[in-house]
Design a protein around this ligand. Structure first.
Ligand code: G6P
Length: 368
Protein backbone atom coordinates (compact mmCIF):
# COMPACT_ATOMS: atom_id res chain seq x y z
CA UNK A 1 0.00 0.00 0.00
CA UNK A 2 0.94 3.66 -0.29
CA UNK A 3 1.33 3.77 3.51
CA UNK A 4 3.82 0.90 3.57
CA UNK A 5 5.64 2.63 0.78
CA UNK A 6 5.99 5.74 2.90
CA UNK A 7 4.38 7.89 0.24
CA UNK A 8 6.69 6.64 -2.52
CA UNK A 9 5.07 5.26 -5.67
CA UNK A 10 7.27 2.15 -5.62
CA UNK A 11 9.20 0.15 -3.06
CA UNK A 12 12.28 0.45 -5.19
CA UNK A 13 12.27 4.23 -4.90
CA UNK A 14 11.65 4.04 -1.15
CA UNK A 15 14.52 1.60 -0.80
CA UNK A 16 16.88 3.76 -2.85
CA UNK A 17 16.04 6.61 -0.50
CA UNK A 18 16.79 4.48 2.56
CA UNK A 19 20.40 3.88 1.56
CA UNK A 20 22.01 6.62 3.63
CA UNK A 21 20.27 5.10 6.65
CA UNK A 22 21.35 1.57 5.70
CA UNK A 23 24.96 2.63 5.44
CA UNK A 24 24.73 4.41 8.81
CA UNK A 25 22.94 1.50 10.54
CA UNK A 26 25.39 -1.07 9.17
CA UNK A 27 28.36 0.90 10.53
CA UNK A 28 26.71 1.76 13.84
CA UNK A 29 28.39 0.20 16.86
CA UNK A 30 31.07 -1.40 14.71
CA UNK A 31 33.60 1.44 14.57
CA UNK A 32 35.41 2.61 17.69
CA UNK A 33 38.29 5.09 17.85
CA UNK A 34 39.10 4.83 14.19
CA UNK A 35 39.03 1.03 14.10
CA UNK A 36 36.49 -1.60 13.10
CA UNK A 37 35.50 -4.06 15.80
CA UNK A 38 33.40 -7.07 14.90
CA UNK A 39 34.66 -9.25 17.75
CA UNK A 40 31.34 -9.10 19.58
CA UNK A 41 29.39 -10.60 16.72
CA UNK A 42 31.66 -12.79 14.63
CA UNK A 43 32.40 -16.27 15.90
CA UNK A 44 35.90 -16.27 14.34
CA UNK A 45 38.59 -15.34 16.84
CA UNK A 46 41.86 -13.50 16.26
CA UNK A 47 43.89 -16.69 15.86
CA UNK A 48 41.51 -17.96 13.21
CA UNK A 49 41.72 -14.66 11.33
CA UNK A 50 45.52 -14.59 11.52
CA UNK A 51 45.55 -18.06 10.00
CA UNK A 52 43.59 -17.11 6.87
CA UNK A 53 45.76 -17.08 3.74
CA UNK A 54 43.06 -16.71 1.14
CA UNK A 55 39.55 -15.41 0.81
CA UNK A 56 36.92 -16.45 -1.71
CA UNK A 57 33.77 -14.41 -2.09
CA UNK A 58 30.86 -16.15 -3.76
CA UNK A 59 27.47 -14.71 -4.74
CA UNK A 60 24.84 -14.21 -7.46
CA UNK A 61 23.37 -11.17 -9.18
CA UNK A 62 23.73 -7.83 -7.47
CA UNK A 63 25.41 -9.56 -4.53
CA UNK A 64 28.12 -10.71 -6.94
CA UNK A 65 28.72 -7.15 -8.09
CA UNK A 66 28.97 -6.02 -4.45
CA UNK A 67 31.55 -8.80 -4.03
CA UNK A 68 33.59 -7.54 -7.00
CA UNK A 69 33.77 -4.13 -5.34
CA UNK A 70 34.89 -5.74 -2.08
CA UNK A 71 37.54 -7.72 -3.96
CA UNK A 72 39.31 -4.51 -4.81
CA UNK A 73 39.55 -3.38 -1.20
CA UNK A 74 40.49 -6.79 0.18
CA UNK A 75 43.45 -6.86 -2.17
CA UNK A 76 44.39 -3.31 -1.27
CA UNK A 77 43.99 -3.55 2.50
CA UNK A 78 44.83 -7.15 3.40
CA UNK A 79 47.47 -9.75 2.52
CA UNK A 80 44.88 -12.36 1.52
CA UNK A 81 44.83 -14.01 -1.87
CA UNK A 82 41.41 -13.21 -3.18
CA UNK A 83 39.07 -14.83 -5.63
CA UNK A 84 35.52 -13.76 -6.37
CA UNK A 85 33.13 -16.00 -8.23
CA UNK A 86 29.52 -16.48 -9.24
CA UNK A 87 27.95 -19.21 -7.09
CA UNK A 88 26.67 -21.23 -10.05
CA UNK A 89 30.25 -21.36 -11.40
CA UNK A 90 32.10 -21.82 -8.12
CA UNK A 91 30.06 -24.85 -7.14
CA UNK A 92 31.16 -26.76 -10.24
CA UNK A 93 34.75 -25.58 -10.51
CA UNK A 94 37.95 -27.03 -9.21
CA UNK A 95 39.20 -24.01 -7.26
CA UNK A 96 41.53 -25.02 -4.48
CA UNK A 97 39.70 -24.43 -1.24
CA UNK A 98 41.99 -25.16 1.67
CA UNK A 99 41.24 -25.08 5.39
CA UNK A 100 43.04 -21.72 5.65
CA UNK A 101 40.63 -20.17 3.14
CA UNK A 102 37.85 -17.94 4.37
CA UNK A 103 34.89 -18.41 2.05
CA UNK A 104 32.40 -15.56 2.23
CA UNK A 105 28.91 -16.09 0.82
CA UNK A 106 27.11 -12.87 0.05
CA UNK A 107 23.36 -13.25 -0.26
CA UNK A 108 20.67 -10.76 0.64
CA UNK A 109 18.06 -13.47 1.18
CA UNK A 110 20.37 -16.23 2.33
CA UNK A 111 18.19 -18.62 0.31
CA UNK A 112 19.67 -18.56 -3.20
CA UNK A 113 20.00 -22.20 -4.32
CA UNK A 114 23.35 -21.90 -6.07
CA UNK A 115 24.88 -19.98 -3.16
CA UNK A 116 23.69 -22.63 -0.71
CA UNK A 117 25.16 -25.37 -2.92
CA UNK A 118 28.47 -23.52 -3.14
CA UNK A 119 28.47 -23.27 0.65
CA UNK A 120 28.07 -27.05 0.96
CA UNK A 121 31.03 -27.51 -1.31
CA UNK A 122 33.20 -25.14 0.74
CA UNK A 123 32.13 -26.88 3.92
CA UNK A 124 33.26 -30.26 2.54
CA UNK A 125 36.69 -28.79 1.85
CA UNK A 126 37.09 -27.78 5.48
CA UNK A 127 37.25 -24.05 4.79
CA UNK A 128 35.80 -21.51 7.21
CA UNK A 129 32.49 -20.19 5.85
CA UNK A 130 30.94 -16.82 6.58
CA UNK A 131 27.52 -15.62 5.46
CA UNK A 132 27.04 -11.93 4.75
CA UNK A 133 23.28 -11.64 4.66
CA UNK A 134 20.30 -9.47 5.43
CA UNK A 135 18.32 -12.33 6.98
CA UNK A 136 19.59 -13.65 10.29
CA UNK A 137 17.47 -16.82 10.33
CA UNK A 138 18.18 -17.72 6.68
CA UNK A 139 19.42 -21.14 5.56
CA UNK A 140 22.75 -19.62 4.58
CA UNK A 141 23.29 -17.92 7.94
CA UNK A 142 22.44 -21.20 9.70
CA UNK A 143 24.68 -23.39 7.56
CA UNK A 144 27.81 -21.23 7.64
CA UNK A 145 30.32 -21.30 10.49
CA UNK A 146 29.76 -17.60 10.99
CA UNK A 147 27.59 -14.73 9.82
CA UNK A 148 27.70 -10.97 9.48
CA UNK A 149 24.45 -9.05 9.11
CA UNK A 150 23.82 -6.04 6.99
CA UNK A 151 21.24 -3.80 8.57
CA UNK A 152 19.17 -3.00 5.51
CA UNK A 153 15.74 -4.03 6.77
CA UNK A 154 13.40 -6.00 4.50
CA UNK A 155 13.78 -5.26 0.81
CA UNK A 156 10.62 -5.70 -1.27
CA UNK A 157 11.63 -4.42 -4.71
CA UNK A 158 12.94 -7.32 -6.81
CA UNK A 159 15.81 -5.17 -8.05
CA UNK A 160 18.22 -4.96 -5.13
CA UNK A 161 19.33 -1.46 -4.12
CA UNK A 162 19.60 -0.86 -0.39
CA UNK A 163 20.87 -4.38 0.25
CA UNK A 164 23.67 -3.73 -2.24
CA UNK A 165 24.59 -0.70 -0.14
CA UNK A 166 24.41 -2.81 3.03
CA UNK A 167 26.56 -5.50 1.43
CA UNK A 168 29.37 -3.21 0.36
CA UNK A 169 29.27 -1.52 3.76
CA UNK A 170 29.49 -4.89 5.57
CA UNK A 171 32.21 -6.23 3.31
CA UNK A 172 34.31 -3.07 3.78
CA UNK A 173 33.92 -3.41 7.54
CA UNK A 174 35.05 -7.03 7.28
CA UNK A 175 38.09 -6.04 5.20
CA UNK A 176 39.05 -3.32 7.69
CA UNK A 177 38.56 -5.69 10.62
CA UNK A 178 40.75 -8.38 9.06
CA UNK A 179 43.35 -5.75 8.14
CA UNK A 180 43.41 -4.55 11.75
CA UNK A 181 43.95 -8.03 13.14
CA UNK A 182 46.52 -8.99 10.55
CA UNK A 183 48.30 -5.65 10.94
CA UNK A 184 48.23 -4.80 7.25
CA UNK A 185 46.98 -1.21 7.67
CA UNK A 186 48.49 1.47 9.89
CA UNK A 187 46.38 2.99 12.66
CA UNK A 188 46.43 6.27 10.80
CA UNK A 189 45.15 4.70 7.59
CA UNK A 190 42.42 2.85 9.48
CA UNK A 191 41.36 6.11 11.05
CA UNK A 192 41.32 7.93 7.72
CA UNK A 193 39.22 5.18 6.15
CA UNK A 194 36.74 4.77 9.01
CA UNK A 195 36.32 8.55 9.31
CA UNK A 196 35.40 8.72 5.65
CA UNK A 197 33.13 5.69 5.92
CA UNK A 198 31.09 7.52 8.55
CA UNK A 199 30.63 10.45 6.15
CA UNK A 200 29.25 8.29 3.35
CA UNK A 201 25.66 8.28 4.63
CA UNK A 202 25.54 12.07 4.34
CA UNK A 203 27.04 11.98 0.88
CA UNK A 204 24.47 9.42 -0.26
CA UNK A 205 21.70 11.65 1.12
CA UNK A 206 23.08 14.62 -0.82
CA UNK A 207 22.76 12.67 -4.05
CA UNK A 208 19.14 11.78 -3.27
CA UNK A 209 18.37 15.49 -3.10
CA UNK A 210 19.52 15.73 -6.71
CA UNK A 211 16.91 13.28 -7.93
CA UNK A 212 14.95 15.83 -10.04
CA UNK A 213 17.90 16.37 -12.38
CA UNK A 214 18.48 12.61 -12.67
CA UNK A 215 14.80 12.18 -13.50
CA UNK A 216 15.04 14.85 -16.24
CA UNK A 217 17.95 13.04 -17.77
CA UNK A 218 16.20 9.66 -17.56
CA UNK A 219 13.24 11.09 -19.47
CA UNK A 220 15.55 12.25 -22.25
CA UNK A 221 17.04 8.79 -22.60
CA UNK A 222 14.03 6.54 -21.99
CA UNK A 223 13.50 5.64 -25.66
CA UNK A 224 16.95 4.36 -26.53
CA UNK A 225 17.22 0.63 -27.20
CA UNK A 226 20.81 -0.08 -26.20
CA UNK A 227 23.17 1.32 -23.60
CA UNK A 228 26.82 0.72 -22.89
CA UNK A 229 28.13 1.19 -19.34
CA UNK A 230 31.86 1.64 -18.73
CA UNK A 231 34.12 1.96 -15.71
CA UNK A 232 37.60 1.06 -14.51
CA UNK A 233 38.93 -0.16 -11.19
CA UNK A 234 36.43 0.45 -8.41
CA UNK A 235 34.00 1.71 -11.06
CA UNK A 236 33.92 -1.41 -13.23
CA UNK A 237 31.58 -3.31 -10.89
CA UNK A 238 29.52 -0.12 -10.53
CA UNK A 239 29.08 -0.08 -14.32
CA UNK A 240 27.98 -3.73 -14.16
CA UNK A 241 25.44 -2.93 -11.46
CA UNK A 242 24.16 0.18 -13.28
CA UNK A 243 23.59 -1.84 -16.45
CA UNK A 244 21.92 -4.65 -14.49
CA UNK A 245 19.48 -2.25 -12.84
CA UNK A 246 18.56 -0.72 -16.19
CA UNK A 247 17.96 -4.05 -17.94
CA UNK A 248 16.09 -5.63 -15.02
CA UNK A 249 13.45 -2.99 -14.64
CA UNK A 250 13.27 -1.12 -17.95
CA UNK A 251 13.94 -4.10 -20.29
CA UNK A 252 16.42 -1.99 -22.23
CA UNK A 253 19.48 -3.85 -23.40
CA UNK A 254 22.41 -2.58 -21.37
CA UNK A 255 25.87 -4.00 -21.46
CA UNK A 256 28.72 -3.16 -19.12
CA UNK A 257 32.40 -3.39 -19.88
CA UNK A 258 35.64 -2.59 -18.20
CA UNK A 259 36.45 0.70 -19.96
CA UNK A 260 39.81 -0.59 -21.15
CA UNK A 261 38.10 -3.50 -22.91
CA UNK A 262 35.94 -1.21 -25.03
CA UNK A 263 38.40 -1.46 -27.89
CA UNK A 264 38.13 -5.23 -27.85
CA UNK A 265 34.58 -5.40 -29.06
CA UNK A 266 31.90 -3.02 -27.85
CA UNK A 267 33.40 -0.05 -29.71
CA UNK A 268 31.98 -1.69 -32.85
CA UNK A 269 28.47 -1.03 -31.50
CA UNK A 270 28.96 2.63 -30.71
CA UNK A 271 27.01 5.14 -32.77
CA UNK A 272 24.66 8.07 -32.05
CA UNK A 273 21.93 5.62 -31.02
CA UNK A 274 23.92 3.99 -28.23
CA UNK A 275 24.29 6.16 -25.16
CA UNK A 276 27.44 5.43 -23.18
CA UNK A 277 27.27 5.78 -19.42
CA UNK A 278 30.73 6.25 -17.97
CA UNK A 279 31.46 5.97 -14.26
CA UNK A 280 34.31 8.45 -13.93
CA UNK A 281 35.14 9.53 -10.37
CA UNK A 282 38.36 11.50 -10.06
CA UNK A 283 40.58 8.61 -8.96
CA UNK A 284 43.92 7.17 -10.02
CA UNK A 285 42.43 5.87 -13.28
CA UNK A 286 40.57 9.05 -14.15
CA UNK A 287 42.78 10.09 -17.09
CA UNK A 288 42.41 6.65 -18.66
CA UNK A 289 38.65 6.81 -18.28
CA UNK A 290 38.57 10.27 -19.86
CA UNK A 291 40.34 8.94 -22.91
CA UNK A 292 37.67 6.24 -23.23
CA UNK A 293 35.04 8.98 -23.09
CA UNK A 294 36.80 10.75 -25.95
CA UNK A 295 36.90 7.56 -28.01
CA UNK A 296 33.17 7.05 -27.56
CA UNK A 297 32.51 10.72 -28.28
CA UNK A 298 34.50 10.55 -31.51
CA UNK A 299 31.94 7.94 -32.64
CA UNK A 300 29.12 10.34 -31.78
CA UNK A 301 27.67 8.40 -28.87
CA UNK A 302 25.69 10.48 -26.38
CA UNK A 303 27.80 10.42 -23.20
CA UNK A 304 26.44 10.42 -19.67
CA UNK A 305 29.19 10.57 -17.07
CA UNK A 306 29.02 10.08 -13.32
CA UNK A 307 31.68 12.22 -11.69
CA UNK A 308 32.76 14.06 -8.59
CA UNK A 309 31.49 17.52 -7.70
CA UNK A 310 33.66 20.27 -9.09
CA UNK A 311 35.03 18.19 -11.96
CA UNK A 312 34.55 20.64 -14.79
CA UNK A 313 36.74 18.78 -17.21
CA UNK A 314 34.23 15.98 -17.25
CA UNK A 315 31.50 18.44 -18.19
CA UNK A 316 33.44 19.55 -21.24
CA UNK A 317 33.90 15.98 -22.48
CA UNK A 318 30.55 14.40 -21.62
CA UNK A 319 27.13 15.54 -22.84
CA UNK A 320 25.64 15.12 -19.38
CA UNK A 321 27.22 14.71 -15.98
CA UNK A 322 25.58 13.26 -12.89
CA UNK A 323 27.58 14.76 -10.08
CA UNK A 324 28.13 13.10 -6.72
CA UNK A 325 30.08 14.31 -3.67
CA UNK A 326 33.72 13.29 -3.85
CA UNK A 327 35.18 10.66 -1.56
CA UNK A 328 38.32 8.55 -1.23
CA UNK A 329 39.00 6.33 -4.23
CA UNK A 330 38.09 3.17 -2.31
CA UNK A 331 34.65 4.48 -1.42
CA UNK A 332 33.57 5.85 -4.79
CA UNK A 333 31.09 2.98 -5.45
CA UNK A 334 29.00 4.08 -2.46
CA UNK A 335 28.27 7.35 -4.21
CA UNK A 336 28.53 6.54 -7.92
CA UNK A 337 25.99 3.70 -7.80
CA UNK A 338 23.19 5.90 -6.46
CA UNK A 339 22.55 8.08 -9.55
CA UNK A 340 22.61 4.92 -11.68
CA UNK A 341 19.90 3.31 -9.55
CA UNK A 342 17.80 6.45 -9.82
CA UNK A 343 18.44 6.69 -13.55
CA UNK A 344 17.25 3.09 -14.09
CA UNK A 345 14.22 3.72 -11.89
CA UNK A 346 13.12 6.84 -13.76
CA UNK A 347 13.72 5.33 -17.20
CA UNK A 348 11.56 2.35 -16.21
CA UNK A 349 8.90 4.65 -14.77
CA UNK A 350 8.79 6.72 -17.95
CA UNK A 351 8.38 3.51 -19.95
CA UNK A 352 5.50 2.42 -17.72
CA UNK A 353 7.23 -0.75 -16.49
CA UNK A 354 6.25 -2.85 -13.47
CA UNK A 355 9.15 -1.61 -11.41
CA UNK A 356 8.79 -3.61 -8.21
CA UNK A 357 8.00 -6.89 -9.97
CA UNK A 358 9.77 -7.06 -13.30
CA UNK A 359 8.72 -9.85 -15.64
CA UNK A 360 10.52 -13.20 -15.34
CA UNK A 361 12.54 -12.18 -12.28
CA UNK A 362 12.22 -13.41 -8.71
CA UNK A 363 13.36 -11.73 -5.53
CA UNK A 364 15.07 -14.89 -4.45
CA UNK A 365 16.05 -17.72 -6.81
CA UNK A 366 15.56 -20.81 -4.67
CA UNK A 367 15.70 -23.31 -7.54
CA UNK A 368 18.71 -24.04 -9.70
C1 G6P B 1 17.76 -12.49 -7.70
C2 G6P B 1 17.33 -11.09 -7.34
C3 G6P B 1 18.52 -10.15 -7.31
C4 G6P B 1 19.61 -10.69 -6.37
C5 G6P B 1 19.98 -12.13 -6.71
C6 G6P B 1 20.83 -12.76 -5.63
O1 G6P B 1 18.24 -12.50 -9.01
O2 G6P B 1 16.38 -10.62 -8.26
O3 G6P B 1 18.14 -8.85 -6.86
O4 G6P B 1 20.75 -9.88 -6.45
O5 G6P B 1 18.81 -12.94 -6.81
O6 G6P B 1 20.04 -12.86 -4.46
P1 G6P B 1 20.63 -12.99 -3.02
O7 G6P B 1 19.43 -13.08 -2.11
O8 G6P B 1 21.42 -14.28 -2.99
O9 G6P B 1 21.48 -11.83 -2.74
Amino acid sequence: SMAEMGGYPHYMLKEIHEQGGVCRATIKGRVHDGKVDLSGELAMDEETIKGFKAIHIVACGTSYYASLIAERVFERWTDLDIKVDIASEYRYRDSKISPDTLVVFVSQSGETADTLAAQRKARESGAYSLAVTNVQGSTLARSCDDFLLLKAGPEIGVAATKTFMGQITSLYLLALYIAKIKGTLSDQKQKELTDEMIQLAYKIETILEREPSIEDLAWKFADYKNFLFLGRGMSFPVALEGALKLKEISYIHAEAYAAGEMKHGPIALIDPNVPVVVVAPKDSLYEKTLSNIQEAKARHAPIIAVGFDGDERLASDADHVLYVPSTLEEFSPFVTVVPLQLFAYHVAKKRGCEIDKPRNLAKSVTVE
